[in-house]
Design a protein around this ligand. Sequence first.
Ligand SMILES: [Zn+2]
Length: 237
Amino acid sequence: MPHNDNLLLASLSPGDLAALQPHLKLAHFEQEQVLYEAGDTIDATYFPTSAVISIVVTLSSGQVVEAAMVGRDGVIGASAALDGKTALSRAVIQLSGEAMVCSSAGLRGAAMQSQPLLSLLIRHEQTLYAQAQQSTACMAAHHVDARLCRWLLRSRDLSQSDTLLFTQEFLAEMLGVNRTSVTVVAHTLQQAGIIQYTRGKIRITNLVGLQDAACECYEAVKSQYQGLLGEPKHQSL
Ligand SMILES: [Zn+2]
């Protein structure tokens, strides 16, 4: 069942899942597709199964910077079920793939009938908030090469693939740096045998090397999500 590929849905009790099931449908999303803009009304929530989604802040200059990355360990737009009906930031597809889409009304209705589901959604929003706080600290304190490694590792976990289809422009935008910085770091990592970079595609060739080069924020966010999901026995990132 596709819903099992989203770890939040997979963690639900049979009763909670049955309540959501009529409101869920699988959909495909393409890279750079915008799910909603800041200020939009949230009328759908997205439980990614293979798609990876970025929550980004947009500045008046047109620059965008990523605050959090959400994939199969999370949900986008769950605050609508908790009465936060307006999006506060942009949600954009970072890696093409699929997500289970749930109507906000359906999620809200199910959450109001189930304390465990309501608790899970509240804990998820706390985890998302913690991830955004970690991103703030990371940007202020960590070097761009360690940040890029952190970012590639989380992308790998969420997409479950060692090959990531990213252009240097997109990477620069997500990391809030100029393209030249990304080019320099990607070249250094390639020289070290950690990644192979061709136009629009990054392949991770030395996972341990990438982990060693990443800042602590990768593990910090990972452990927060493991706490949220109660470290499921059969499905891990
Ligand atoms: Zn960091």
